[in-house]
Design a binder for this molecule. Structure first.
Ligand code: SF4
Length: 363
């Protein structure tokens, strides 16, 4: 198949769903790690096409959702400093921290600007040499190379007023932490398509080998996802967990070596705090010492309030796949996209937002 329409072909979707129903004989729990997959699965009604033997769970693969309240609080505190312009992707604006959000801070007078790329953030820095421009670096391995490139560019131009609040995270340690918790038995993982384009499939070998979990990398169209489900079910039925790629048009086993090299040149790994999973060693990216002058965490001193979670919000359990969004008592009641209580209802990749927009009304 060469054209995107072919990956949305209704007849192909039906044939794949029929095949999955024929092949699947035992209860199988599959988790899609990536928030992009969660949205695609909900939007295309994939769950309804699967036999009752297959249970689909959503995982912690939405970078905005897993950003800890303390990290959001830091961004809000930085926004309150004089002569600071915060630049951020739009998804972060409405995400509630412990006491406020960037959107509320903006309404109260902070200069917070939405950008569509790190290059836009650099341009804000060039256009405002008297002010300090802080880019909120939230994302996984797909975003990290663009942040790295911006830092390298800022150094090349000797931009003295550009900073990054580096809250980037890496996905393999989080998957491992989730499997180590053992709260839920997962038989197969739909591995993230875009992240794997960068990191390759190497990190997933351990999940198949050490945890006996089937792994298939999927794209984001209905045929992509059903192909991945079918490959996972075949592995599970054979009792032969391994790592396979369904998304062959986007992913190579070795990943993107240039992007990896750029990341390795700019970042060191560090511990990072994940909503729902807590502190995970080596799951974050921090700027290397040679780029320390761009690190907003070093350059600015802010006093943070004690972090707290919104009462009743169960985003942590949603992100671990322990409950579906419909298992939260606030879902569709106190919590909605217009009045989000947790980040999973804000982000375009959040499970609660996807269930709200495309899913059933109760659990
Ligand atoms: S429905 Fe709202 S309050 Fe409940 S887990 Fe989701 S985001 Fe949190």
């Amino acid at each position: 198949m060469r054209f995107i329409d072919e990956f949305r072909n209704a007849e192909l979707v039906r044939r794949l769903a029929d095949k999955i129903a024929r092949v699947s004989t035992r209860p199988s729990r599959l988790m899609e790690f990536c928030g992009g997959h969660t949205v695609a699965i909900m939007r295309n009604g994939i769950r309804q096409l699967l036999p009752p033997t297959i249970e689909m769970l959503s995982g912690p693969g939405c970078p905005v959702c897993v950003t800890a309240n303390s990290d959001i609080d830091e961004a809000i505190a930085l926004a309150g400093l004089p002569d600071v312009i915060i630049t951020t992707f739009g998804d972060m604006l409405k995400v509630p921290g412990s006491y406020s959000s960037l959107q509320k801070a903006r309404a109260e007078g902070s200069d917070i600007r939405i950008v569509y790329s790190t290059q836009d953030a650099l341009q804000v820095a060039r256009d405002n040499p008297q002010q300090s421009i802080i880019f909120i670096g939230v994302g996984f391995e797909t975003t990290a190379p663009t942040v790295a490139m911006a830092v390298v560019q800022a150094e090349k131009e000797d931009l003295r007023n550009f900073y990054v609040l580096c809250q980037l995270k890496t996905t393999p340690p989080a998957m491992r932490a989730l499997l180590d918790l053992g709260e839920i038995k997962i038989n197969g993982i739909i591995c993230p398509g875009h992240v794997t384009t960068i990191i390759g499939t190497g990190p997933y070998q351990a999940y198949a080998r050490d945890y006996g979990v089937a792994c298939v990398v999927a794209g984001f169209e209905p045929v992509d996802i059903l192909q991945a489900v079918e490959m996972l079910v075949q592995q599970i039925e054979r009792g032969d967990p391994r790592v396979e790629i369904a998304y062959t048009r986007g992913v190579r086993p070795g990943g993107n070596l240039k992007a990896l090299e750029l990341m390795h040149n700019v970042f060191d790994t560090a511990g990072a705090s994940w909503r729902g999973l807590g502190e995970i060693p080596c799951s974050g990216l921090k700027l290397k010492m040679k780029y320390a002058r761009f690190d907003a965490g070093r350059a600015f001193d802010v006093v943070l309030p004690p972090a707290r979670e919104a009462p009743g919000c169960r985003c942590g359990e949603v992100l671990r796949g322990v409950i579906a969004p419909t298992g939260c008592k606030l879902f569709r009641k106190a919590c909605s996209p217009e009045n989000p209580i947790g980040p999973c209802m804000v982000s375009s990749e959040g499970s609660c937002a996807a269930y709200y927009q495309y899913g059933e009304s109760d659990g």
